[in-house]
Design a binder for this molecule. Structure first.
Ligand code: HEC
Length: 316
């Protein structure tokens, strides 16, 4: 009897073990964003190509700064706060490049791919309802007539909607006024007529550009004596460095350079937070050293998870 049962026990144990290993593997995909990408999707394609931004740049200086602040805040998980920030979700996760995300699927939060329940308890005790109420993620770069929230700057509707989204739906801290205005200006500046015709490969340079632009916006906010907005910008730049770091885990020299760059930004944010005098100088020295970081990342890019072939092998 025993002799017959043993193999079964072994098989069951082996199956459980494999299951556990598979679960462990699926619990830690090489890129965090893969966790909220539909399993039916081509994950490698989704992680290595971007739809492209449909952005119209305003000509006057103030408008340009507001848009840059909004653009960086849109890409920073810290703006959402709460569980969403801890999970690493930003506006850009659902509205990729300011558009939609037909492959978004978050366990317990989405219906089908491309849907999200933004009133879910998962993210906020304020608006959480117990209903499973996923809605399609709208394309913010689609025709304005198809969008529900009025976008005229005079009405202030978009600002109110975004504040409600952050504070109530995602349980974040109310962002500084300049950041809310920036997010609204960014959404307003999205225009279907400005959409690129094709998607494009995501490069390390693109992600570093996000960090650069956030640091530049931080310096300008600091020059306006708006420390709180500068801190949001520095947080956005650091999260871009985090997205780079994930792609270079197997490349220690690049990782070291990224961690050094991040340490400098951390120093800058501490200086800004404590009102120290050298916040602006630290940001300037980060900018001065950025070309070296860029060259370093470029050298390793072919072996990083930016390369679709390398990423394919890593997700197997
Ligand atoms: C978890 C996914 C998710 C995240 C993160 C997210 N959104 Fe959305 N967003 C949605 C969904 C779903 C809707 C549609 C809600 C509805 O129909 O009630 C929406 C609606 C909107 C709208 C209204 C569009 C209209 O029809 O006028 C705006 C503007 C918007 N989001 C901006 C943002 C900004 C800015 C952020 C970051 C602060 C953000 N979203 C973060 C999923 C998301």
């Amino acid at each position: 009897m025993d002799r017959h049962r043993r193999p079964t026990v072994l098989i069951v144990t082996a199956t459980l073990l494999c299951g556990a290993l598979l679960m462990a593997a699926s619990a830690a995909p090489p890129l965090r964003e893969l966790r909220w990408t539909s399993r039916a999707a081509d994950g490698v394609r989704q992680m290595t190509r971007r739809p492209g931004e449909c952005l119209v740049r305003p000509s006057e200086q103030d408008g340009a700064l507001s848009l840059e602040i909004g653009r960086a805040a849109f890409r920073s998980p810290l703006v959402l706060g709460g569980a969403a920030a801890r999970a690493g979700l930003s506006c850009d996760t659902c509205h990729r490049d300011g558009r939609g995300n037909s492959e978004f699927q978050f366990p317990g939060l989405s219906g089908g791919p491309g849907m999200a329940d933004v009133t879910s308890f998962h993210f906020s005790p304020h608006r959480g309802d117990l209903l499973d109420d996923p809605r399609p993620i709208p394309d913010l770069s689609g025709p304005k007539a198809l969008l529900k929230i009025a976008q005229s700057p005079e009405s202030g509707d978009l600002e109110r909607f975004i504040t409600g989204l952050v504070v109530e739906e995602f349980d974040g801290q109310p962002p500084p006024d300049r950041v809310i205005r920036g997010l609204a200006d960014y959404v307003r500046a999205l225009d279907p007529a400005a959409c690129p015709t094709k998607d494009a490969l995501i490069t390390a340079g693109d992600v570093l550009d996000d960090a650069d632009r956030a640091v530049a916006a931080a310096s300008r906010a600091l020059a306006l004596k708006d420390g709180p907005s500068a801190l949001v910008m520095i947080g956005s730049a650091r999260s871009a460095l985090g997205r780079l770091d994930e792609r270079y885990t197997a490349l220690p020299v690049s990782r070291q350079a990224l961690s050094e760059a991040d340490r400098q930004l951390l120093g800058a944010s501490e200086a800004v937070r404590t009102g120290g005098p050298d916040g602006a100088a630290r940001l300037a020295s980060w900018q001065a050293e950025e070309p070296r970081l860029r060259a370093r990342l470029k050298r390793d890019e072919g072996r990083s998870l930016f390369n679709p072939t390398v990423l394919s092998a890593a997700v197997q």
